[in-house]
Design a protein around this ligand. Structure first.
Ligand code: MN
Length: 202
């Protein structure tokens, strides 16, 4: 657990992103999914562990369809407070708009006697490259797995929905986003969203 990479990449005189502080939830562990319009639109999937947020960039967004195996690139740990972050990142690393797409708590699939015990099991799954968990969000619910791809570089994982009562046959995370979201408003006003970098004011 280290936030040194997070700190190295950012200039906190310029970015409104939270500083590198370790903290933790009082009860259940937290998760967040942020939608991020940087040079490319993507989703950032984050799970609280050991006082930081383990983080994956998911280009196509999470899915509730078990057949969608979403590529998830593991990135640097983010501080716990990042779970509440939304806003504009100015020019520099990750420049663009961040909005919170879903958030809630998460747990091991099999009930653990305490959140500390759950965390130990989750950390073991992370280390083994096979992390299974249950999300309790507004949009994302039920069992998921993050599975590390072998022989495909260090950071490539797949985010997969397990087939349970929350599984859906067709799912598009973009359609689950309000037209009034800050990113969608910006996209609607800008004709070349993939080429343009953000203005200073949204
Ligand atoms: Mn991002």
């Amino acid at each position: 657990m280290s936030l040194s990479k997070y700190t190295e990449k950012r200039n906190f005189d310029k970015t409104p992103e939270p500083g590198a502080k370790v903290d933790k939830s009082k009860g259940q562990l937290s998760f967040v999914v942020q939608r991020h319009k940087a040079s490319h639109l993507h989703y950032d999937f984050r799970l609280e562990m050991e006082g930081v947020l383990k983080s994956w960039a998911v280009p196509k967004g999470p899915s509730l369809n078990p057949k969608d195996k979403r590529l998830a690139m593991m990135v640097e740990d983010h501080p716990y407070a990042y779970k509440d972050f939304k806003g504009i990142i100015p020019e520099g690393y990750g420049a663009g708009i961040v909005e919170i797409w879903d958030k809630g708590t998460y747990s091991t699939i099999e009930k653990a006697p305490s959140s500390a015990a759950a965390e130990i099991k989750l950390l073991a799954g992370l280390a083994a490259g096979n992390l299974k968990f249950t999300l309790h969000g507004k949009k994302l619910k039920g069992e998921f797995a993050l599975v590390k791809l072998k022989g495909r570089g260090e950071n490539q994982w797949l985010l997969i929905k397990h087939n349970d009562e929350f599984a859906i046959e067709e799912y598009d995370s973009e359609k689950e986003t309000l037209a009034t979201s800050p990113i969608n408003k910006w996209l609607a006003e800008n004709k070349e969203p993939q080429k343009k970098i953000l203005p200073n004011k949204p």
